[in-house]
Write a protein that binds this ligand. Structure first.
Ligand SMILES: [Zn+2]
Length: 334
């Protein structure tokens, strides 16, 4: 079975000859930039370089999927956020806060042809042409909660979930359309599935706020975007997993702060689980022993797609990602 099929079947919890291995978030490290000859920040802004660096997720690391949107800022840049695209050793960033909550947000009619969207769409097309049906191609969109942080500023957005919940709901209703538009365009460009990043993390969003503001919206995005979705939320999400599993979304990309067996218990038997490998303890600071022990823990927890919990730190060695991938592929021989 080809890596693409293994990945896509694992996303649906269908039978696979071995667990899938891959990432929904950035796998780029500085030593991977050296190995490919492609660096940040160019890889955020040039489709050919973006595709080349993403391809290394399969050709060098051995993952079953590739994912070219390394930054969280693409559609926000297209929406008008003045993004600073960082450097080789620093991810892009932006102060955000370009809108106020009372004002209506206007989605630009040329959103998809603006650089922030156009470049990753072209990179997905290049990856599809290169890999055909061999490797799964994952795209990425951000949900209205993360886009709210970006457009209004984190503090302004969060304060208003309490002070002006009606205005926040209206903003969420507009911003979810960005995910639909950009998501459908990525599918047209060749994406097999999409990561839906929405940073409703425990320190910034209570489980009740997740239920009241986002659960139905995530369910709606799942209905309206015609491909499997992988919801990504960092941090300890144990208190909202029972809500997430009711959204109908196929897969949840979880953080190592949720223990593997607890994640499976809370996710139930329908929701696939991906990620969960600690970026600091295992990927950056670990060695063979930590990687193998981590894979064993994932298998015991019936995790469907093994891989890093979130964007890999730029100063981690990609050798540990490769080791993770090799270990998973040898599982059948255990
Ligand atoms: Zn994350």
């Amino acid at each position: 079975m080809k890596p693409r099929e293994i990945f896509l079947r694992a996303l649906k919890r269908q039978e696979v000859p071995r667990p899938a291995v891959g990432s929904a978030t950035s796998i780029v490290t500085m030593d991977l930039m050296d190995a490919t000859g492609v660096s940040f920040p160019e890889a955020h802004l040039d489709a050919a370089r973006m595709a080349e660096l993403a391809a290394a997720g399969h050709t060098i690391i051995g993952f079953d999927n590739v994912m070219p949107l390394f930054s969280v800022w693409h559609e926000s840049a297209a929406l008008g956020c003045p993004v600073e695209w960082g450097e080789r050793s620093r991810m892009p960033d932006c102060r955000g806060g370009i809108c106020v909550i009372e004002e209506e947000i206007k989605i630009p009619t040329d959103l998809l042809t603006r650089e922030g969207c156009r470049v990753p769409l072209e990179a997905i097309r290049l990856l599809r042409r290169r890999f055909g049906d061999e490797v799964a191609i994952l795209g990425k969109v951000f949900g209205p909660w993360t886009l709210g942080y970006h457009l209004f500023g984190v503090e302004e957005f969060l304060v208003n979930t309490l002070l002006k919940p009606t205005a926040v709901r209206r903003a969420i209703d507009t911003l979810k359309e960005v995910a639909v538009l950009f998501g459908r365009a990525q599918i047209d460009a060749g994406a097999d599935a999409l990561c839906l990043g929405d940073h409703a993390t425990r320190d910034l969003c209570s489980p009740e706020a997740y239920r009241d503001f986002l659960q139905a919206v995530h369910g709606e995005l799942n209905e309206r975007i015609p491909c499997p979705l992988i919801l990504h939320i960092c941090g300890d999400t144990a208190d909202r997993l029972p809500y997430i599993r009711e959204t109908g979304i196929d897969c949840f990309h979880y953080d190592s702060r949720v223990p593997d067996t607890a994640a499976r218990r809370l996710a139930g038997q329908r929701l696939a689980l991906m990620g969960g490998t600690g970026n600091i303890a295992v990927i950056r600071n670990g060695g063979e022993e930590e990687v193998v022990r981590d894979v064993e823990s994932k298998l015991a927890g019936n995790i469907d797609i093994l891989g890093p919990e979130c964007a890999v730190p730029l100063d981690a060695p990609f050798g540990n990602l490769k080791l993770l991938s090799e270990t998973v592929k040898n599982v059948g021989a255990w």
